[in-house]
Write a protein that binds this ligand. Structure first.
Ligand code: ASP
Length: 333
């Protein structure tokens, strides 16, 4: 029987048209499909427009909406392809990796650096490859397909603004490549036996604080009042400047450990963090109960914390355990 794919569209450059004020997502699901029919591999393909946004405007609400659409259609389809703006695609892919776990069916996000209507565009090849990958028997779980690379949803990062090879797989190899319609797998597909688990809640109160040399600390109090988790994007393997450590300690001591979570991460893209290496790191680890991003991407850390905090766990220990548990290839440490 012909395989069934559901194409969910959300906007982005791939669906953009030129307006007087710049590119804006003007095409819906049917328009996209119309442009593509002749390049897509044979299959039965239905479409659904979930939203029509520049992905700059995507929020947790759209992530939850996408997860809900997939849950409702899960039994009826063999795979799902989502078209999405490139700017926040890595966040959406990470969020979906936590909202839809153990999926034996593929959920493939793709987009383009150039709109589908342009004569020279990566839109057609990306979408064709995404459908091809979603049709393949071994494909499973959430991933991004872009410029022939298949990247686990929790490992993707946008690294280039204009070039076609816009995404990189961080601290983990790409799962596969697609070349001239052929799929070469580097990591064998995982067919989950237990069946998918869907989640319906995220806690958006997770803040990303980027350290800069000499950073001032006046706003920290407001940050800790407004957010339940602060991810500190530290400079290298991890540490907090002495000038900030005192204020941080004073603020955190007002809360129970499970009320305000501190995660140490790094602004260095590759090779991750390890707070234990330097004195500036060890000192904070001795004073605070904190979590470490290790080899996870910032996008994965942020969305994983949103998912974990949405579960309403009662102790720091439970939060810690889940944070370090590998989900969808997000950590190997
Ligand atoms: N600003 C666009 C978006 O993220 C960029 C893109 O799709 O490449 O929707």
């Amino acid at each position: 029987m012909e395989k069934r794919i559901l194409l969910l569209t959300t906007g982005g450059t791939i669906a953009s048209t030129q307006t007087e004020r710049g590119l804006a997502p003007g095409l819906g699901a049917e328009d996209l499909l119309e442009t593509l029919r002749d390049v897509l591999p044979p299959c039965s393909l239905d479409t659904r427009e979930v939203c029509r946004l520049d992905s700059t405007n995507m929020t947790c609400q759209e992530w939850l909406l996408l997860a809900r659409e997939i849950r409702q259609a899960y039994e009826a389809y063999d795979g799902f392809v989502i078209t999405h703006g490139t700017d926040t695609m890595a966040y959406t892919a990470s969020a979906l990796s936590y909202l839809i776990q153990n999926s034996g069916k593929p959920i493939v996000l793709t987009g383009a650096q150039k709109p589908i209507h342009m004569e020279i565009t990566d839109a057609k090849s990306n979408l064709r490859d995404a459908v091809l990958y979603a049709l393949e028997e071994q494909s499973a779980g959430v991933q991004i397909l872009f410029n022939g690379q298949v990247i686990a949803g929790t490992r993707a990062k946008k690294i280039k603004s204009f070039s076609y090879d816009a995404f990189s797989s961080i601290n983990y190899p790409p799962l596969a490549v697609v070349q001239d319609g052929r799929i070469l797998r580097y990591i064998p597909g995982r067919k989950e036996k237990a069946g998918p688990v869907f989640y319906e809640k995220l806690n958006p109160k997770v803040f990303l604080l980027k350290l800069t040399p000499g950073i001032r600390t006046e706003l920290l109090e407001a940050v800790f009042q407004a957010y339940d988790c602060v991810i500190v994007e530290s400079f290298g393997v991890g540490g907090i400047p002495d000038s900030m450590a005192e204020d941080l300690f004073r603020l955190l001591s007002r809360y129970r450990p499970e009320e305000k979570i501190l995660v140490m991460a790094t602004q260095v893209t590759y090779e991750g963090s390890n707070v234990g290496v330097y004195e500036v790191g060890q000192r904070i680890r001795e004073r605070f109960r904190l979590l470490e991003a290790r080899d996870m991407t910032l996008e994965a850390v942020l969305t994983k914390m949103m998912w974990i905090l949405g579960l309403g766990l009662q102790s720091f220990g439970e939060i810690e355990k889940l944070f370090y548990q590998q989900i969808g290839y997000d950590t190997m440490l």
